[in-house]
Design a protein around this ligand. Structure first.
Ligand code: ZN
Length: 232
């Protein structure tokens, strides 16, 4: 009886190691399904987008595999990172990029601000990956029912000045508001594309786009379905 318990414990321990990635390698139960480190890292902009899309498909289908979130991955990227994309998205608690794209640590730079608005400081954070590490893709992602856009639209419509630095978010969204004619969802999409246009014109990023080393795309996340749709 006692030995049975010990054996069962050992079995569980071993199973835990496998699940934790310590024993996972080529041919393991996880080897085929899990992206296994830098060997499978997307290189081109299109490969990077395909990987994100595939991850989002799993997220939509409630079939996330949570890649690159184990001890093996943590160890692999502890000294050096090489993410394949920069995701620029909103601070919204319902739109965490790593979950939405079913990615893990070392996979994506995430830059988040209210309604993915940018200023020079935020732009510097976005430049870092493509300029220093040749990250091949930037995805600017707006989302359905964005609270920041909704609040800004309301403030601009009513002529309300928000307190503190919140007013800067409103001002950053004014150009999109002016073209959306009261349609908040349209304003979300316009603002996302505005951010894409600004980044494409950035003096460090533009030459990389011209040389096709970098793509900058706009996307829209549906809170209802979990789906990310490409805008441009
Ligand atoms: Zn938002």
């Amino acid at each position: 009886m006692k030995s049975k318990i010990v054996n069962r414990r050992m079995l569980l321990h071993t199973a835990g190691l496998v699940a934790g990635g310590l024993l996972a390698g080529a041919g393991s139960a996880y080897g085929a399904a899990r992206p296994s480190g830098s060997a499978t890292r997307p290189v081109t902009p299109d490969e990077a987008w395909a990987t994100l899309r595939e991850g989002n498909r799993r997220w939509v289908a409630d079939a996330a595999i949570h890649p690159h979130q184990d001890l093996a991955r943590r160890t692999e990227v502890a000294e050096k990172q090489n993410p394949y994309a920069v995701v620029v998205s909103c601070i919204d608690s319902r739109v965490p990029p790593e979950l939405v794209f079913d990615a893990g640590i070392g996979d994506v730079f995430t830059v988040r601000s209210a309604a993915q608005t940018i200023d020079p400081l935020v732009t510097g954070a976005i430049e870092y990956g493509p300029v220093e590490l040749a990250t091949p893709l930037i995805v600017v992602m707006g989302h359905q029912r964005c609270g920041a856009v909704t609040a800004a639209a309301h403030a601009l419509h009513e002529g309300i000045t928000l307190p503190g630095e919140l007013r800067r978010i409103v001002e950053a969204l004014r150009p999109a508001y002016d073209r959306a004619h009261g349609d908040v969802d349209k304003m979300i999409r316009i603002n996302t594309l505005d951010t894409v246009a600004k980044l494409k014109a950035d003096k460090l990023l533009a030459p990389r786009v011209t040389r096709k080393r970098l793509k900058i795309i706009g996307a829209y996340y549906s809170l209802d379905t979990g789906q990310v749709t490409r805008l441009v």
